[in-house]
Design a protein around this ligand. Structure first.
Ligand SMILES: Nc1ncnc2c1ncn2[C@@H]1O[C@H](COP(=O)(O)OP(=O)(O)OP(=O)(O)O)[C@@H](O)[C@H]1O
Ligand SMILES: [Mg+2]
Length: 383
């Protein structure tokens, strides 16, 4: 059993404000859990506490049902893979992978079998006699993963394992890690990254940590859920802005009217001059007329064939990526980004109306908290 349970976990370094606050979390056996968040939000600290490389300031940590707060790292049944690989430069690939097993005084034939098996899985068989300096970054990272695999841990801990690799290798190694997770039926994985694409593609569940200006929330969990749950139902503006690329468009609006399951808003500030009104399919019960709120809509949900329910814009830039283009367009309150087909013939300075589908709208109150989206599930079911 390798469930991990964190109960009211806090961490502070010396007299500094806490870097982790009130984290409550249960990671199931075989779950692939990703800690996601901007730089400095405490992801590595949380992972290192699970590994036994940092003490908890307060709270309890259980692994496999056992309280491990005071259990040394080597006895927790976890194996960690670092961003920096941390290989021994004077040892061959074989010896690097065998090191932990030798330390644990495993018989020679067992070590030989386990290292060869890991090398086969990771396609390192022809490199076993080389030293790390004669390997590429991707090969070094595979050796570091191999060193973790041979120990057959209940929990794999990864701290940004791909960030030193180039884009192509990052994609390839990401797939290898996903396949390894499928292969090791009982092991749980906790994986730290600041890259939301890695988190979306690898995770069974994402734990998104707060950071930024809001000092009271720093180091606490902003939202936990399956990748698509966070994508479709972000609880706050922070989550909505962090998940998705390019990031969600945020538009300042004022509440005009509230009906069951729909809220009508008007573009705030100068936008009001156009009289542009948008209907969002959200539950507006806790809103009031005249209240300033934020409307959020993702670039991939905007359409350039607007008429009703649209915003007048002037194009400023078209980023062509081949299959699709990102159209940047100014409106009275700022700039929108819309995803369009790759062959969209739009240059700069063209006047367009951008359609904002009601079912794709998110609304956030002045605290940044999301209102419940009503039509979304129903529309998706009938789509
Ligand atoms: N030994 C330490 N003493 C004091 N503060 C520390 C120590 N280690 C980390 N911190 C602080 O704790 C906070 C969280 O650090 P952590 O390394 O967990 O962030 P992270 O989310 O992993 O960031 P990154 O994405 O940059 O790796 C940071 O503000 C950092 O400055
Ligand atoms: Mg880190």
């Amino acid at each position: 059993m390798a469930t991990i349970r964190l109960t009211e976990v806090h961490k502070a370094y010396g007299d500094h404000p806490p870097v982790i606050r009130s984290v409550n979390l249960e990671i199931a056996q075989h779950e692939f859990c990703v800690f996601l968040g901007p730089s400095g939000c405490g992801k590595s600290t949380l992972l290192r506490m699970i590994a036994g490389l940092e003490d908890l300031t307060a709270g309890e940590l259980h692994i496999g049902g056992r309280l491990v707060n005071d259990v040394p790292a080597a006895e927790r049944g976890v194996a960690m893979v670092f961003q920096s690989y941390a290989l021994f430069p004077h040892m061959t690939v074989f010896d690097n992978m065998a090191f932990g097993l030798k330390l644990a005084k495993q018989p020679k034939d067992v070590i030989e079998r386990k290292v060869r098996e890991a090398a086969r899985i990771l396609q390192l068989e022809s490199l076993l006699e080389r030293h790390p300096k004669a390997l590429s970054g991707g090969q070094r990272q595979r050796v570091a993963i191999g060193r973790a695999i041979v120990r057959e841990p209940g929990v794999f801990l990864f701290d940004e394992p791909l960030s030193n690799l180039d884009a192509a290798l990052r994609g390839q190694t990401r797939v290898e890690i996903a396949r390894l997770h499928q292969r090791f039926a009982n092991a749980s994985v906790v994986y730290v990254t600041h890259d939301q694409v890695e988190a979306m593609t690898l995770a069974d569940r994402i734990v998104l940590l707060h950071a930024g200006a809001d000092a009271d929330r720093f180091g606490s969990i902003a939202q936990t859920g399956a990748p698509l749950e966070l994508y479709h139902h972000p609880k706050s503006r922070f989550v909505a802005g962090f998940i998705g690329s390019p990031r969600m468009n945020f538009i300042d609006v004022t509440v005009e009217s509230i009906e069951p399951g729909r809220v009508t808003v008007a573009l705030a500030a100068d936008g009001a001059a156009h009289g542009e009104k948008l209907v969002a399919h959200v539950d507006g019960e806790r809103l009031q007329r005249g209240q300033r709120v934020t409307l959020g809509v993702r670039p991939e949900h905007l359409r350039l064939d607007g008429d009703e329910q649209s915003i007048q814009c002037a194009t400023v830039l078209s980023e062509r990526l081949g299959e699709h283009s990102y159209i940047h367009a100014d409106y009275a309150g700022g700039t929108l980004i819309a995803k369009a087909p790759g062959d969209t013939p739009l240059g700069a300075g063209e006047r367009i109306r951008v359609h904002v589908p009601s079912a794709a709208c998110h609304l956030f109150d002045d605290q940044g908290l999301a209102l419940r989206r009503c039509a979304f599930e129903a529309e998706r079911a009938t789509a």
